[in-house]
Design a binder for this molecule. Structure first.
Ligand code: PEP
Ligand code: MN
Length: 346
């Protein structure tokens, strides 16, 4: 359900509060013209009160039966904040999970180029234990003269790869006009780094019933990433996966600077799962394994990695693609490290 207005107060119910007491708080809020966003948690139910801050302040919420605490939500992001939902969110697509102990291993080509290239990659990453298949058909390219992707024709190839391997499909949506076509095939809709603040696109996927993989903009702060996620969740779609993929700094030895620090910060600030894209951050394949390991060690809930049967012939991002022949060994390393971090492959 879309949220109109911003949750201003957090009503924390006591551990023994009954469902009737929660309903009573929600009803009293409604009487006062406010709305409630109820999140049942492992330890306690938390109610986000949405409405005029001054009006809410006049309600004797603390005296309502079952209420333990009433706190203002001071952060600009509300629905994605840990405060409103202390338990981690688990995202599920076709039985594969990311978050709260489930580690997502998303892999595939940068770009869907042609049928055999995509199918071959899909088979290899599936055999290596990947949990989802990535592949772009709409490509945000720096140069308008380079391959822009197969467009909707590529979606059929992804669907065939899913049919054969069983892997859910992660693919990018760039234009709200393609939302229907992409939603028909995608199991997870990717919003790319360059579109992180395309608010129309964010609201559009916020009305969809599919998980959204939201990549951090190259120049976006952690707070801006969380505000972008808030746009999606506000429309009613709470299934958002955040992705750190490197930011633009003065450093030139890597394509972007992987902001490892953002991982523990995000894990503290939000209940949403956080994954890392070491491929676009590194820009070169010899650095991808180290950055991927660092992501796992820093507490990421998954990684999204680019692979290709013959990277030298790839139409996009060749230097950073892991050859499919080497992907099995890479995946073994990541799996072992994820297990060490107490996570199982989702
Ligand atoms: C991608 O994952 O295909 C991609 C283009 O990445 P980003 O949006 O992070 O640049
Ligand atoms: Mn790429």
């Amino acid at each position: 359900m879309a949220v109109a207005g911003s949750p201003e107060l957090l009503i924390v119910m006591g551990p023994h509060a009954t469902a009737e007491q929660v309903d009573e708080v929600v009803a009293r809020l409604a009487e006062a013209g406010a709305h409630a966003h109820v999140t049942p948690g492992k330890d306690a139910t938390v109610i986000g009160a949405i409405g005029d801050r001054e009006l809410l302040a006049t309600l004797p919420l603390e005296g309502f039966p079952g209420v333990e605490q009433v706190l203002p939500i001071l952060k600009p992001y509300k629905l994605v904040s840990r405060e409103i939902s202390p338990d981690p969110t688990v995202i599920e697509a076709r039985g594969r999970r990311i978050g709260d102990g489930y580690f997502g291993l998303i892999a595939g080509p940068c770009t869907v180029e042609y049928r055999e290239q995509t199918l071959e990659t899909a088979r290899a990453v599936a055999a290596a234990g990947a949990t989802m298949l990535r592949g772009g058909v709409f490509k945000p390219r720096t140069s308008p003269y380079t391959f822009q992707g197969l467009g909707v024709d590529g979606l059929a190839i992804l669907a065939e790869a899913r049919e054969e391997t069983g892997l859910p499909i992660v693919t990018e949506l760039m234009d709200p006009r393609d939302v229907e076509a992409v939603l028909e095939t995608a199991d997870v809709v990717q919003i790319g780094a360059r579109n992180m603040q395309n608010f129309i696109l964010l609201s559009e996927v916020g009305r969809a019933d599919k998980p959204v993989l939201l990549k951090r903009g190259p120049s976006a702060t952690v707070e801006e990433l969380l505000m972008a996620a808030e746009y999606v969740v506000k429309e009613g779609n709470a299934q958002v996966i955040l992705c750190e993929r490197g930011i633009r700094t003065f450093e030139r030895s890597t394509r972007y600077t992987l902001d490892i620090g953002a991982i523990p910060v995000l894990k503290l600030e939000t209940h949403l799962p956080v994954i890392v894209d070491p491929s676009h951050a590194a820009g070169r394949r010899d650095l991808v394994p180290a950055l991927a390991r660092a992501a796992v060690a820093a507490g990421a809930d998954g990684i999204i990695v680019e692979a290709h049967p013959s990277p030298d012939e790839a139409l996009c991002d060749g230097p950073q693609l892991i050859p499919t022949a080497e992907f099995g060994a890479f995946a073994d390393d990541i799996r072992a490290l994820a297990a060490l971090m107490g996570k199982e492959i989702g």
